[in-house]
Write a protein that binds this ligand. Structure first.
Ligand code: GCU
Length: 413
């Protein structure tokens, strides 16, 4: 006897199978993600104030001249990738391509085009600027690495009196407090999950016959960091901007890029790492939330050498507290969100806590307590600041309030 299923019933059955298959697959993928604090393995961090040769760093000079370059080289060659010296010099041309009144005339909106060119190819990026109209001197600035492009709707004014951009950036507040707000789009020079490097900035740096970065050469994050540095090259020559008070800010992937940019380029006077997590503020060795293995769905965010440490984090000669140490003595603010388990908020705090040794050595104030502060208790007045807020993975009004507070405290006192 033939059993006949009504067609609709068969569809429901099939749908259910597919769903439960997808669910079990997802569960399997998540199976090895640890979200339980008591399961964080025992680990020992590499000593931040000890030279590779074993000698303790005794004073600021030894830090600056010996230990800092060692750590920088390890991050360059093993984690983010070195920017190679191009075979042909790169010509850079910057020009203002648009300038208009914005925010009811309270600021000027400018777009700068920066073009790069050599015998290997050409590329360009744009820098979007909002500069306060009423200012007695060049303005300090927030430079944000941004997921939104210059012409995206998110960078337009939200309706009403909010003074906010569609993306939630409190432009009115920043302008009223005397800050310029500057935005650099993360995908101008490299794709979000670049795999071919055919249209990325890397082209201009490839040697004869090369079509892919070498194992120690720059990946995606490093290229975004490079774009921040190129924006700063322009900004320090723009009379509207105080080049000595440019704070670099990034969320998530772009928080990773902000930390790496400021670690290399000491002209960034302040840094905000917002829920930057794995390869950002969080410690590798805790293996909480996202890990190096999980991050390999973006295989080129880091350099190829980093892959050697998948499931081998304890072999790394660095951990992320050392990246923060490279930013000392400049003010650094780390922001976490309590439900953002993927980014390991506890690991973000601990990194900052362990980086504090460098801040202290350089005569600055780091974090004293090993315990994460309570939600809603921002630490603003030390040079290494921190907050954790309620909620998840995004930049909220509360975060901006603390960022402005931190900048006011350290830029204006
Ligand atoms: C993914 C990725 C994170 C990254 C995040 C983001 O979740 O795994 O490492 O920080 O995207 O950029 O929003």
């Amino acid at each position: 006897m033939k059993i006949r299923f009504p067609f609709s019933l068969a569809c429901i059955f099939l749908l259910n199978c597919t769903n439960s298959h997808a669910q079990s697959q997802r569960k399997e993928q998540d199976f090895d993600v640890n979200y339980i604090e008591s399961r964080v393995p025992e680990y020992q961090l590499p000593a931040i104030l000890q030279l590779a040769e074993g000698k303790e760093v005794q004073n600021p000079e030894e830090w600056h001249c010996e230990r800092r370059p060692q750590i920088l080289s390890l991050f360059s060659n093993l984690i983010y990738g070195v920017v190679p010296v191009p075979e042909f010099p790169i010509r850079v041309n910057s020009e203002v391509i648009d300038e208009t009144d914005f925010l009811d005339g309270r600021c000027t909106r400018k777009i700068i085009r920066i073009q790069f060119e050599n015998q290997r190819g050409a590329a360009e990026m744009q820098v979007l600027m909002f500069v306060p109209k009423e200012k007695k001197e060049a303005a300090p600035a927030f430079l944000m690495l941004n997921f939104d492009a210059v012409d995206s709707e998110k960078m337009q004014m939200a309706s009403g009196e909010s003074g906010m951009l569609e993306s939630g950036i409190p432009l009115g507040k920043l302008i009223d407090q005397g800050y310029a707000f500057i935005s650099v789009y993360q995908q101008d020079l490299v794709g979000h999950n670049e795999s071919e490097f055919k249209n990325s900035i890397h082209q201009l740096f490839f040697r004869e016959g090369q079509s892919y970065p070498k194992a120690n050469e720059w990946g995606v994050i490093s290229a975004i960091s490079w774009s921040a540095t190129k924006a700063l090259d322009y900004l320090i020559n723009d009379p509207d901007i105080d080049g000595e008070r440019v704070a670099l800010l990034g969320h998530s992937k772009l928080g990773k890029a902000a930390l790496w940019a400021a670690a290399q380029d000491e002209r960034f006077a302040m840094v905000f790492s917002v829920q930057s997590g794995c390869a950002g503020a969080a410690l590798w060795r805790r293996k909480f939330g996202e890990t190096l293995a999980k991050m390999s769905i973006f295989p080129n965010w880091l350099c190829t050498n980093a892959r050697k440490f998948i499931h081998q984090e304890d072999d790394l000669p660095v951990d992320q507290h050392m990246l923060m140490g490279l930013i000392a003595p400049r003010p650094l603010y780390v922001a976490s969100a309590i439900d953002d388990h993927w980014a390991d908020p506890r690991g973000e705090y601990l990194s900052a806590y362990h980086a504090s040794a460098v801040y202290e050595m350089l005569g600055k104030r780091g974090l004293i307590s090993k315990s994460t502060p309570a939600v809603g208790q921002p630490l603003i007045t030390q040079d290494l600041g921190y907050h954790i807020r309620a909620g998840g993975h995004r930049v909220e009004a509360y975060d901006w309030e603390q960022f402005i507070g931190f900048a006011n405290y350290h830029f204006k006192q």
